[in-house]
Design a protein around this ligand. Structure first.
Ligand SMILES: [Zn+2]
Length: 70
């Protein structure tokens, strides 16, 4: 699986925003320093959008993405 495929797969994960409790795709969310994902309505300026952090981290090292590879 190449990196772009991993990014696409990772981006389609559903996460619940811990602030407003609405579920979003991770690709539409922002990553906070504590590892939580926030939606566009609850993010702050210190958080990183998926487009940024998904390129900064090594997705191939995420075990949860490998598991359901089949
Ligand atoms: Zn929210």
């Amino acid at each position: 699986m190449d990196v772009e495929a991993l990014r696409a797969k990772f981006g389609k994960r559903i996460q619940r925003c811990p602030s407003c409790y609405v579920a979003y795709y991770i690709k539409d969310m922002w990553l906070a320093e504590d590892g939580s994902f926030f939606c566009e309505h609850c993010k702050s300026d210190e958080m990183f959008h998926f487009d940024d952090f998904s390129r900064a981290i090594d997705l191939s090292q995420l075990p949860s993405l490998k598991d359901d590879d089949a």
